[in-house]
Design a protein around this ligand. Structure first.
Ligand code: DPP
Ligand code: ZN
Length: 872
């Protein structure tokens, strides 16, 4: 397979001004007629016109109305070449495609009985021949023809300009999108769908019709998505002055979808999982995801659609920025500190390992084999962190000015990350060239902070050092511009005024730009307690000389909620690391050291100034994966044992406190998906999890009671996740009751599969294998694969990494089977094998042989080949 490089970028030889598409929709043979108005804009004079196209059955080609035959044109596996084209031409092609046979779910496909599309990044070329690259922007007119009874609803981008009965049971709908767009934003949907409608009036008075289309029977589960959409539209006006630009905005929920959702112009297509929700079927986390993803796709209308990417290396231009925007939105709708903690947890769980492994790449990658593999945590989440740091450097007003200039300059264009940073810099008269290294340098910077207190001078000096380890293809690293928010706590726990050798520190912000810097704070009466990287303002790993007592002090007093949470995480990680290291070398640990930590947890539980959502996060131990990341070798079994033991100890030592927390946070009023109620449920269920941490008979009883009493999915899942671990009859009773009640609801059954896949019981793999034969499981449905195979491989370290290699064998078998059906999802599943270097020699060998087995498959997709070969 070929590598595509940023350095090889060339502007398109031909641009398309207008596209006219006609679809005669039939599940097994859809005929697509495309009329393109093309004009030469680059390339070699007189050179051929080359259009992308894959899996298309070409029926005819006409240039300026004249039918061509070979050798005037030629087709290959992935292109149509027209020789000696005029400088400007009308090209008409007719192709036939088979949507029903499309298991890749890229291009036009059938989900249940509806037609839908997914074109990002390169799906449009599976619909028709086209220069399928984001810097070719055209206006689209789309005619859809289909059976009236089977497809009463037929949608595309823009405005519905006509509807005609064609007779013979067929009808036609015509849509026109006035905004030029790249092909990846094209969409069509046709099916027998139910619809929910609302309205929104924009700040300048435009009346927008909002519609959500779902399969029949799901109409009453759209309220929260609709409400989220309306709140997003208002928020984008208030925060950024960005207003919606058409009279209609449609969302369609689809059961079979490779990603979360897709921002096609005015026709967002969603994985049904991120639309459908009510109290009985969705957890609080589901509601929060729906809110943020609906917002994310809506926000793309400006950051992605009106201004798009020049090429796919610039993906973070739209994704990092739009993730930043949806994070800001959720922070404003809910609790900002809680949102920040959740985002950092996700960043550490997904992006940090990616950035320290074989697939490490910069926020703006410079090479790929398959672009689908670069919809990564680095491009999305680290990209959002980079945007957030820019806002820190420029201030919120400066950042807003920069965004305004970006739209002034680039509305209607396909641009680069450089263009974005230039707008930010120019609007603020700042030089961001050093900062820009964040886009091109991969790896997580490690910052080491050492402190010295001079009692005589009342001076406190910090030495800050940064280092980024080599990553594949980048052995030399440069220092980055790292904004660090710092606080110094006095003996009473309050923040000291920060006056440094370089003047007063506004908001405690220190700019670390060199490899090594020192900063001295003056007028510090006693040795303070250091709080550093408050708010997790920079996506770095930190080493400090804080003592256990310092961490307990920060847990109790830090005025920055993120730092307060972080202190607890670091404290717990220290204890668990020490215990794992002791256990792995056959020594007895020092469980006494854990008592002070338990006392700090007790403090948190009893601190009435803290909101329940924060408390729930603060008492949750770092994951096994996170602890593993901090160790030189991931001792899978020891980490699992140590974490479980610490949870049991906390549960046993604080029984009374957890019972009190459960009682105090019981939600008695009717369910509402608010952050406030969600916080109480989270704390109540975290307390329940501690009280049942030994999974013994009493725990089984308590969890089963909670399961039986639950009147919402959050409490149900919390109880069931405990019950999947126990050995008594309560386990199967609960799993069966759940299955009986929900077997007809695909989204809910996904949860049932996932819970069983992440159980740490020794027999989990045999359950997972049996579940692949369950009538609700379907390897063609990405959500099911992610719930069962994905959850097992990515969220069950102790069973996936079983010493006998059975987990790896199962994953490799699944990936190989899936690769021939849906390469994009297959490649996602196998990423977890890439961390093999982090394990002991036996596991290394087993993981590598699983990867080698995948690479050796004779017909392997580019997607899986790239991930597997780079992992080796
Ligand atoms: N562009 C989509 C999103 O992130 C993913 N394909 O919103
Ligand atoms: Zn996006």
């Amino acid at each position: 397979p070929q590598t595509v490089r940023l350095a090889d970028y060339e502007p398109p030889a031909f641009s398309v001004d207008a596209v006219d598409l006609t679809f005669d929709l039939e599940p097994q043979r859809t005929v697509v007629t495309a009329v393109l108005q093309l004009r030469r804009t680059g390339g070699a004079p007189g050179g051929p016109l080359v259009l992308d196209g894959e899996n298309l059955d070409l029926l005819e080609v006409l240039v300026n109305g004249k039918k061509l035959s070979p050798p005037a044109y030629e087709t290959s596996e992935d292109a149509l070449t027209v020789f000696d084209p005029p400088e400007a031409l009308t090209l008409e092609t007719r192709v036939a495609i088979n949507p029903k046979a499309n298991t890749r779910l890229e291009g036009l496909y059938v989900s249940n009985t509806m037609f839908c599309t997914q074109c990002e990044a390169e799906g449009f070329r599976r619909i028709t021949y086209f220069p399928d690259r984001p810097d070719v922007m055209a206006t689209y007119r789309v005619t859809l023809r289909g059976d009236k009874a089977a497809y009463p609803v037929m949608l595309s981008n823009g405005n519905n300009v006509s509807n005609t009965d064609l007779g013979g049971g067929r009808h036609e709908a015509v849509w026109e999108d006035p905004f030029p767009k790249p092909s990846y934003l094209f969409a069509l949907v046709a099916g027998d769908l139910a619809m929910v409608e609302d309205r929104f009036k924009t700040q300048s008075g435009r009346d927008v019709t909002l519609r959500i289309f779902v399969e029949h029977g799901n109409e009453d589960r759209c309220d929260y998505a609709m409400d989220s959409l309306i709140r997003s539209m208002r928020w984008d006006e208030e925060r950024f002055g960005l207003e919606y630009d058409l009279d209609i905005f449609n969302i369609v929920a689809v059961s079979d979808f490779n990603m979360g959702a897709m921002e096609n112009k005015s026709l967002n297509v969603f994985n049904a999982k991120y639309i459908l929700a009510d109290a009985s079927t969705a957890t609080d986390a589901d509601f929060a995801n729906i809110e943020s993803i609906v917002a994310h796709e809506y926000f793309h209308n400006w950051t992605g659609n009106r201004v798009t990417c020049r090429d796919w290396f610039q993906l973070s231009l739209k994704e990092g920025l739009t993730v930043f925007r949806d994070q800001e939105f959720s922070s404003d709708q809910r609790s900002r500190p809680v949102k920040r903690i959740q985002d950092v947890r996700a960043l550490r769980a997904r992006q940090f390992p990616e950035d320290s492994g074989p697939l490490s790449h910069p926020v703006r990658p410079d090479a790929y084999i398959e672009i689908n593999n670069f919809y990564t945590a680095t491009v999305y989440e680290k990209g959002a962190e980079v945007i957030g740091m820019m806002q820190t450097l420029l201030g919120q007003d400066g950042f807003n000015d920069g965004l305004r200039l970006y739209f002034e300059r680039h509305d209607g264009q396909a641009v680069t990350c450089d263009d974005f940073v230039a707008a930010m810099a120019d609007a603020n008269g700042k030089d961001l060239s050093h900062f820009k290294r964040w886009y091109s340098q991969s790896g997580t910077p490690e910052v080491t902070v050492t402190s010295a207190y001079d009692a005589g001078k009342k001076a406190y000096t910090l030495t800050l050092e940064q280092m980024t380890r080599p990553t594949p293809g980048q052995s030399e690293k440069q220092p980055l511009h790292i904004p660090l928010r710092i606080g110094l706590l006095g003996a009473n726990g309050g923040d000291l005024d920060l006056v440094s050798d370089s003047g007063a520190l506004d908001g405690g912000l220190v700019h670390l730009t060199e490899e090594r810097q020192t900063v001295t704070f003056t007028n510090i009466p006693d040795r303070p307690v250091l709080s550093v990287n408050r708010g997790f303002g920079a996506p770095i790993a930190l080493n400090t000389d804080q003592t256990d007592a310092d961490l307990a002090f920060l847990m109790a007093h830090d005025s920055d909620p993120f730092a307060r949470w972080e202190a607890g995480q670091q404290y717990a990680t220290r204890l668990m690391k020490a215990a794992v290291t002791a256990m792995a070398s056959g020594e007895a640990g020092d469980p006494k050291g854990q008592d002070a930590f338990v006392a700090a947890v007790k403090n948190i539980l009893e601190d009435n100034s803290l909101d329940p959502a924060f408390k729930a996060l603060a008492i949750t131990l770092p994951t096994e994966e996170f602890v593993g990341e901090q160790l030189p070798v991931v001792h899978v079994d020891e980490i699992h044992a140590v974490r479980a033991a610490l949870r049991r100890k906390i549960g046993a030592d604080l029984q009374a406190e957890f019972r009190a927390a459960m009682a105090a946070n019981e939600v008695r009023e009717p369910f509402a998906p608010t952050a406030e109620q969600a916080g109480r449920r989270a704390l109540r269920n975290a307390a329940l999890a501690y009280l049942t941490a030994d999974y013994g008979p009493e725990a089984a009883k308590l969890a089963k009671e909670s399961f039986d009493r639950a009147d919402n999915m959050t409490d149900t899942i919390a109880a069931l996740s405990i019950l999947t671990e126990v050995d008594g009859p309560e386990r199967s009773a609960a799993l069966e009751a759940f299955e009986t009640r929900w077997k007809d609801n695909a989204q809910v059954m996904d949860k049932w599969f996932a819970l069983q896949a992440v159980a740490s019981r020794p027999d989990t793999l045999s359950h997972v294998k049996a579940l692949t034969k369950h009538p609700c499981f379907d390897i063609r449905n990405p959500n099911k694969v992610r719930s069962l195979v994905g959850a097992f491989a990515m969220a069950n370290p102790v069973r996936f990494h079983a010493k006998d290699g059975s987990g790896y064998t199962f994953l490799a078998d699944s990936v190989i089977e899936l690769d021939s059906l849906n390469p994009q999802v297959a490649a996602r599943m196998l990423g977890t094998l890439g961390s093999w270097r982090r394990y002991d020699a036996d596991r290394q060998a087993l993981m590598r042989s699983a990867l080698e087995r995948i690479v050796a498959v004779p017909v392997l997709s580019k997607d899986s080949y790239e991930i597997a070969s780079k992992s080796l």
